[in-house]
Design a protein around this ligand. Sequence first.
Ligand SMILES: Cc1cc2nc3c(=O)[nH]c(=O)nc-3n(C[C@H](O)[C@H](O)[C@H](O)COP(=O)(O)OP(=O)(O)OC[C@H]3O[C@@H](n4cnc5c(N)ncnc54)[C@H](O)[C@@H]3O)c2cc1C
Ligand code: FES
Length: 360
Amino acid sequence: MSRQDGRQPSRASEMHPLETHGTLEMPTIKLTNKPDVTFNCADGDTVLRAALRAGLGFPYECNVGSCGNCLFEIAEGTVEHERKDAPGWNERHKSRNRWLGCQARPKGDLAIKVNLRDHYAPRFKPARTSARVESITDVTHDIREFRLKPAAATRFLPGQYALLYVPGVEGARAYSMANITDDGAIWDFQIKKVPGGAATERLFSGVEAGEEIAIDGPFGMAYLREDAPRDILCLAGGSGLSPMVSIARGFAACGALQGQQLHFVYGGRQVRDIAGEQFLTELAGFGSRIHYYPVLSMPEGENWSGRTGFIHDAALALFGDKLKEMEIYFAGPPAMANAVVKMMHEAKVPQAQVHYDQFY
Ligand SMILES: Cc1cc2nc3c(=O)[nH]c(=O)nc-3n(C[C@H](O)[C@H](O)[C@H](O)COP(=O)(O)OP(=O)(O)OC[C@H]3O[C@@H](n4cnc5c(N)ncnc54)[C@H](O)[C@@H]3O)c2cc1C
Ligand code: FES
């Protein structure tokens, strides 16, 4: 596809995510440590996402260059790194010819070393498509729900996320879906405005219903475990609302989990930040098997007689020793996530029962 001005993009990183050169052959990537595995990488795609599209369990977490979980080693061939300043990529990695799978675009055929793990193999293979903004609705003073309708429907699991290529913003941003779906026709995102943030400033002031946005997904491992026979605890702070609402919706709709309880703890600084209950009251079982606990961390001067403090402390106070027997999902800003991880560790919650994709 050529640009409207007739110029061809000179580098893959300058290309629109749905654009291809249309001239190069699809690079083939083979694994030196698993010689029976090869996969193709569509023009302009990254090594990680091409592997996931092929159904392979390539390790990853954030998809935006921050966590470093997608590192691989190049034995033969060259790549272009989309984000040169990626926080998950350092000088030591570079000196060892190690690259981030979510940022590396092959310049031709590659031979690489990476340890695949079944855990990361996608249940629904991610796809790139364009999506139309159907509606934009306020959730709080700084969280909005964006309803997107992808041109090609793709299913996802409750709690997963997608990459959004916000027009005019360099690089993709990860956002979690808030809805659940049987056909993948609608993807809802609850997005918190970050003051001065490139993507969220643009989403909140420049994007309107009817606009097209490129999206890619689904991704993420913090999805609802329908086969886990334990009560569920969802912990959400600020921007973490969306995936926890999706988990709660998935729980309400899941026949296999009808015997379990779900507890939803949401933390905000002030009363105007509190959200979540409006989505839970719509669910069958609210008040009997779905329970909501709002927590304020800065209650001073607020008209508030409910719980106060941080989310991790509230969770410990509410459930104490019972945490060890719960399936725990959480999402929110890095400081909250780190505090929750520490608390879970001290409370000796088995790691296999804890599910989160770190926000960056
Ligand atoms: C798995 C995951 C799920 C998330 N889900 C949600 C959600 O449901 N709701 C929500 O409100 N937020 C969510 N976030 C946070 C969201 O992705 C953004 O970090 C946040 O909206 C701030 O983006 P910004 O561009 O406005 O801010 P900025 O400060 O401009 O950008 C912040 C983020 O963008 C990254 N970044 C900067 N430049 C680039 C680049 N060139 N390419 C790629 N990344 C770059 C930074 O490392 C940082 O992580 C999620 C994050 C992750 C990792
Ligand atoms: S750095 Fe690539 S998945 Fe996080």
